[in-house]
Ligand binder design. Structure first.
Ligand SMILES: NC(=O)C1=CN([C@@H]2O[C@H](COP(=O)(O)OP(=O)(O)OC[C@H]3O[C@@H](n4cnc5c(N)ncnc54)[C@H](O)[C@@H]3O)[C@@H](O)[C@H]2O)C=CC1
Ligand SMILES: CC(C)CC(=O)C(=O)O
Ligand SMILES: [Mg+2]
Length: 364
């Protein structure tokens, strides 16, 4: 399979390097058929090529079986790169153009990290939930958008939260199908009480549940309540289906359950084509983390666990995905800790040493 690697900005290259080492391990030791193509992504393209997205890079992206992405977000872009060019080279463009509507964000509590979590062990023990965040519509894509100048000379910023029935329905179907492979329960998150698009969301998801998935346990939950329930009782959740904005916020908040954003992976998937293949992009859910970039201290486990999702969803290798997830759990159980997940008094290792710990556990 052809995997296009886009390390991107900030800590992106640091964590992606470790994810690539792990992916190569499966090619070397488990017979994964792998062609890796690495390309610059982000401000570095602007400096080298005068564009954030060279045509050749876009062609590689379009021809990939899977994309392994690091992170986007560079302060250097602001005021330097024109807005049109920034859109052309953006992660949002990839999500939209490849129609990656289903963003899976699994959150699983490794027993070894009980002390790293800010929550009490009785809250976090056994947490195993998965967001299905709609990724190609809603607040980040709706029109009209922009900044306009009002008659009095002041400005107004506009973004539009909009969803069609079809956009809601496909995210809902994905969530119900996923739930059938897990603990068979879906929580649909919205603000149906105050937003018209939220009321439509609730109506469409409820109809799909009744008509197509009556065997799956189901509840609706308002997004603000969901934020508190994730903190008080995260084990009550199995699959959560959310719009683009609420899923972005709530999944970052769920990172606190585990102790760090650096732990959480994601898969962004299209619908399957006639041959059953989905376009797919895998990335940790965190951003470029400029506060720690360049120091070799970022936690690469979100990126490495994204490789497990790639093995499961794009390579069709669920046993290898399980093996990698078990290796991450084993490395943590043996005490491997980057600074973000270390409890007071625990020894801290850097990004590449964490990669070493996972590779050692894979081979054990
Ligand atoms: N998918 C992506 O590429 C995303 C990009 N961004 C962009 O990233 C830039 C920075 O945004 P922030 O709000 O600071 O969010 P962020 O996710 O980059 O960082 C938030 C906090 O988490 C910590 N953190 C993140 N990744 C970590 C890791 N691997 N190991 C240890 N700690 C980690 C950071 O040090 C920071 O304290 C912005 O330009 C933003 O637009 C933000 C979120 C997602
Ligand atoms: C990079 C941003 C556009 C969105 C974000 O924070 C995310 O997808 O997690
Ligand atoms: Mg986010």
């Amino acid at each position: 399979m052809k995997v296009v690697v886009l390390p991107g900005d900030g800590v992106g290259p640091e964590v992606t390097e470790q994810a690539v080492r792990v992916l190569r391990w499966f090619a070397q030791h488990r017979g994964l058929d792998l062609t890796l193509v690495e390309r610059d992504f982000g401000i570095v393209n602007w400096h080298k090529h005068g564009t954030l997205m060279p045509d050749e890079t876009w062609a590689q992206i379009e021809g990939a079986d899977a994309i392994l992405f690091g992170a986007t977000g560079s302060i250097d872009q602001q005021g330097v790169v024109p807005p049109e060019e920034r859109r052309k080279g953006s992660l949002l463009r990839m999500r939209k153009a490849l129609d990656l509507f289903a963003n899976l964000r699994p959150v699983r509590m490794p027993p070894a990290l009980t002390e790293a979590s800010p929550y009490k062990p009785r809250i976090t023990a056994g947490v195993d939930l998965c967001f299905v965040r709609e990724l190609t519509a809603g607040m980040y894509f709706g029109t009209p958008r922009g900044v306009e100048t009002l008659p009095d000379g002041s400005r107004r910023g506009i973004n539009t939260h909009s969803y069609t029935e079809a956009e809601i329905a496909r995210a809902a179907r994905f969530a119900f199908q996923l739930a059938r492979t897990r603990r068979n329960h879906v929580t649909s998150v919205d603000k149906a009480n105050v937003m018209e698009a939220g009321a439509l969301w609730r109506e469409v998801v409820g109809r799909i549940h009744r008509e197509e998935f009556p065997d799956v346990g189901f509840e609706n939950m308002l997004a603000d309540n969901c934020a508190i329930q994730l903190a008080r009782a995260p084990t009550r959740f199995d699959v959560l289906v959310t719009d683009n904005l609420f899923g972005d916020l709530l999944s970052d908040a769920a990172g606190a359950i585990i102790g760090s954003l650096g732990m959480l992976p994601s898969a962004s998937l299209s619908a399957p084509d006639a041959a059953g293949r989905r376009r797919a992009l895998y990335e940790p859910i965190h951003g470029s983390a400029p506060d720690i970039a360049g120091q070799g201290i970022a936690n690469p486990l979100g990126a490495i666990l994204s490789v497990a999702l790639l093995l499961r969803w794009s390579a069709g290798r669920p046993a290898d995905a399980d093996h990698l997830e078990a290796a991450v759990a084993a490395a943590l159980a043996r005490g491997a800790r980057t600074g973000d997940i270390a409890a007071p008094g625990e020894a801290v290792i850097g990004t590449s040493a964490m990669g070493d710990a996972v590779l050692a556990a894979l081979a054990a």
